[in-house]
Design a protein around this ligand. Structure first.
Ligand code: UD1
Ligand code: MG
Length: 452
């Protein structure tokens, strides 16, 4: 099968410099969702018709299994499909999809395709409470489709028809090419309508068959930011429903956003307003507090993530405790039973089993062993203004509060660093290290008083 995706429109009502089909739904371009649906049908060819912002669109979705046809001027949906013809296999049927209709299920399309076998022309139609703006499906008294009439061309009687054209069709390709060639644009919009092909198909003796989607939202398109926001909520509700069905506990299914793939084990619990981006895996018994953001992360079993934690590009072991207000940046690998507490930032660092940094700390470009205790206010000074250097902290080191570790530096196994130490030389195993400092007490000291 050939699949043609129409994506040449400007989308003026989006009021944006970004081509309409590149606006993100669940973090990815609208068009990418349509391409994914197309791929699920295992077509032999996918051709995308581009026009407005053609270069940007091609760049955004380029893939080996996708070809592009350019429609320089948008002269109508029929004209758009015509541009794709040279790239199609005439011996196979063609399914037409829309780059701004992102939520159609492949099961619905499968049903349409199956109904439109040999010698048939298939339309996906839907019955709407408010059909305004859509092309209406005109049937004869016996119930056969005779034509599609656009809103702007319809008679008052036709405007009362509630069954509308979704735009999605399956057609025999060789014949479609002929029919498209004989389209005329003498209509209210001066466009070459793909919908007019129906009448040519009937003349040529083809049966027009129709299929309906399971849900109306499968056929909704995006023309404005309001519609984009509406589809985003529908999509997120669908994702939340499938998570609930899989046994995930969601404090509120309406307050969760998944922009990518979220895989959950058993008895995972997610509090309100969490965002998951990219590829996130949560193992069994993970609990996530309110207002967390997780992007491209793997979280081990039984790990507890407290509220307002931000994780990006990290691998977290089992029974770890994170946050509240923790930040894990790319390249972070935490072993089992690690604790990372409030206002602790970890970047490109590996922490061994059971190590803890509970308060106000920066650990960057570091290899931290197991059983290490990092006191409050510890900073790895990994950047010298030009290059980044590594800090190595071996097993069972105890780091007192307010310590700076100036990289490159190594702290030997079991060493103890006194509070307030600046470590700029390697520390041998097992020692206590501190900087020479004195403490004096001035007994006659009087605090300044504010001038009146
Ligand atoms: C079209 C259908 C209408 C249907 C409706 C469903 C026609 C003539 N009408 O109307 O029956 O109810 O969709 O939403 O087909 N496009 C191009 N090149 C063009 C024109 C359009 O790529 O020259 C693309 C647009 O970017 C858009 C899609 O085709 O994604 C539909 O075009 P649009 O002008 O919105 O069609 P409608 O008037 O909504
Ligand atoms: Mg239009």
């Amino acid at each position: 099968m050939n699949i043609v995706i129409l994506a040449a429109g400007a989308g003026k009502r989006m009021r944006s410099a970004l081509p309409k089909v590149l606006h993100p739904l669940a973090g990815r371009p609208l068009l990418s969702h349509v391409i994914d649906t197309a791929r699920a049908l295992a077509p032999t060819r996918i051709v995308i018709v581009v026009g407005h912002g053609a270069e940007a669109v091609q760049k955004a979705v380029a893939a080996p299994d996708v070809q592009f046809a350019v429609q320089a001027e948008q002269l109508g949906t029929g004209h758009a499909v015509q541009q794709a013809l040279p790239l199609l296999d005439p011996a196979q049927p063609t399914l037409v999809l829309y780059g701004d209709v992102p939520l159609t299920r492949s099961s619905t399309l499968k049903r349409l395709i199956d109904s439109a076998v040999e010698g048939r022309y298939g339309l996906l139609t839907v019955t709407l409470d408010d059909p305004h703006g859509y092309g209406r499906i005109v049937r004869d008294t016996a119930g056969y489709v005779v034509r599609i009439v656009e809103q702007k061309d319809a008679t008052p009687e036709q405007l009362r028809i509630a069954e509308v054209n979704t735009g999605i069709v399956v057609a025999p390709t060789a014949q479609l090419a002929m029919w498209l060639g004989s389209l005329r644009n003498d209509n209210a919009q001066g466009e070459f309508y793909l919908t007019d092909v129906v009448e040519h198909a009937i003349e040529a003796g083809f049966d027009i068959v129709t299929a309906q989607p399971d849900e109306v939202w499968e056929t909704l398109g995006v023309n404005s930011k309001a519609q984009l926001a509406e589809l985003e909520r529908i999509h997120q509700r669908n994702i939340a429903e499938s998570l609930l069905q899989a046994g995930v506990t969601l404090a509120d299914p309406a307050r969760l956003d998944v922009r990518g793939a979220l895989v959950c084990g058993q008895d995972v619990s997610i509090d309100i307003d969490c965002i998951f981006e990219g590829s996130v895996t949560l193992a069994d018994d993970v609990t996530i507090g309110a207002h967390c953001v997780l992007r491209d992360a793997t979280i081990g079993a039984g790990t507890r993530i407290e509220p307002y934690t931000y994780i990006d590009g990290a691998t977290v072991g089992a029974h770890v405790v994170l946050g509240p207000y923790a930040r894990l940046r790319p390249g972070t690998v935490l072993s089992d039973e690690v604790h990372i507490g409030n206002f602790v930032e970890v970047k490109n660092a590996v922490l061994g089993v059971g190590s803890k940094a509970n308060h106000l700390t920066y650990i960057g470009d570091s290899d931290v062993g197991s059983g290490v205790n990092v006191g409050a206010g510890t900073i790895t000074c990994n950047y010298d203004g030009a290059n980044k250097h590594r800090t190595v902290i071996e097993d069972n080191v105890f780091i007192g509060s307010d310590t700076q570790l100036v990289a490159p530096v190594r702290v030997g196994r079991g060493a103890t660093i006194a509070a307030g130490t600046t470590v700029w030389k390697d520390v041998p195993d097992g020692v206590l290290v501190m900087n020479e400092k004195t403490q004096t007490s001035n007994h006659g000291y009087v605090r300044p008083v504010k001038k009146k």
